[in-house]
Design a protein around this ligand. Structure first.
Ligand code: NAD
Length: 315
């Protein structure tokens, strides 16, 4: 059977680039984008699009049957900073959408599922540096609780019902093509925009807050690569740690200064500081390396060059 892919939440920061990458790989007509809102021009014009609410099981099922979809990437979610403002809406969206997709797979209407988890599954009691795959997990945010719960359900559906679900704990993702959607690591995207526009940025995290981060190209490569790995290689069915780079606002500012010498940063931490303080500063991803040959490519310097050049090319 030809591979037919549905991306739910395709118009977001990750979904947009993932959809375009999968269309390039499999052909535009093979990849159906869906979201509750419309996406950018390139996404909307390059292939099929369906308006879809991820909390509506019947609506997802109809699209899956109509397009003969066999793989679903579920990217719709409410992210960390926004979910702290709307806890019940965040919980409802993050959990109901996951159950909808897992149940479609359980009922054999689709054969493979990708669902992203996050470094937010960890909490203040987790070892902070080089955080291992298996460790204490006591998340303190609504978002983190929903991701940790989601991981447990993914593993359960795999063990009990044989569902082929694959997952990555993304670190903070940095991209220039689509704006971020309300996460705690968004500062590391905004800083590049402001560096070019105003040569100055006020960070909402303090200068020494180190967090795990990754350039979007690496994240998309990881996502496609875990989905293409043979099923027996995927030994972890909750979610894989994925390390990338780790840096503080002060460190990213120093690298931007190499490219834009007038650039200035100051700091005004807000409610997101508390969320950041509860998360790891770096991640050990040995299991991903061993099981499906993961290796990140971009470091802080190469990412900074790619971000600044990318943003300049769009303006
Ligand atoms: N961006 C990051 O740094 C990061 C880090 C860790 C994990 N993640 C995870 O990756 C996934 C995608 O994140 P993102 O950054 O692209 O998020 P985003 O907020 O940019 O995009 C989410 C998309 O989902 C859509 N959506 C919201 N409610 C919907 C609904 N009811 N039905 C259908 N679509 C709906 C939104 O319109 C949006 O386009 C999420 O599960 C997120 O938790 C992201």
């Amino acid at each position: 059977m030809a591979q037919k892919i549905l991306i739910i939440g395709a118009c977001g920061q990750i979904g947009t680039e993932l959809t375009l990458a999968l269309r390039k790989k499999h052909g535009n007509q093979q990849v159906i984008a869906s979201d509750i809102r419309e996406g950018n021009e390139e996404l909307m014009n390059s292939g099929p699009f369906e308006t879809l609410d991820a909390t509506n099981y019947k609506a997802i099922e109809d699209i899956v049957l109509h397009h003969e979809v066999n793989e679903v990437y579920l990217m719709a979610a409410m992210l960390s900073a926004t979910a702290e403002k709307f806890p019940m809406r965040g919980w409802h969206l993050n959990m109901d959408s996951l159950f909808n997709v897992l149940n479609l797979a359980k009922d054999k209407k689709i054969t493979k599922v990708f669902w992203p988890s996050s470094i937010a599954v960890f909490g203040p009691s987790t070892p902070k540096t080089n955080t291992p795959q298996t460790t204490v997990m006591e998340p303190t945010t609504v978002y983190g609780i929903s991701k940790q719960t989601g991981e447990r359900w993914c593993e359960y559906y795999h063990n009990k019902y044989g569902v082929d679900v694959r997952s990555i704990r993304y670190p903070g993702l940095i991209s220039y093509k689509t704006p971020p959607g309300g996460g705690t690591t968004d500062y590391a995207v905004e800083i590049y925009h402001k560096a070019l526009e105003e040569k100055a940025y006020t960070s909402f995290l303090s200068k020494n807050t180190a967090l795990p981060m990754m350039f979007m190209d690496d994240a998309i490569r990881a996502t496609i690569s875990i989905m293409e790995a043979p099923a027996e290689a995927i030994k972890i069915r909750s979610s894989y740690n994925l390390g990338g780079i780790s840096f503080t606002p002060e460190e990213i500012a120093a690298v931007i200064k190499n490219e834009i010498p007038e650039f200035k940063i100051d700091y005004a931490p807000d409610f997101r500081q508390e969320i950041a303080d509860s998360w790891p500063s770096s991640i050990d991803d040995t299991e991903a390396q061993n099981d499906w040959n993961w290796k990140h490519e971009f470091d802080l310097n190469t990412m900074t060059k790619a971000m600044l050049n990318g943003l300049k090319s769009l303006s």
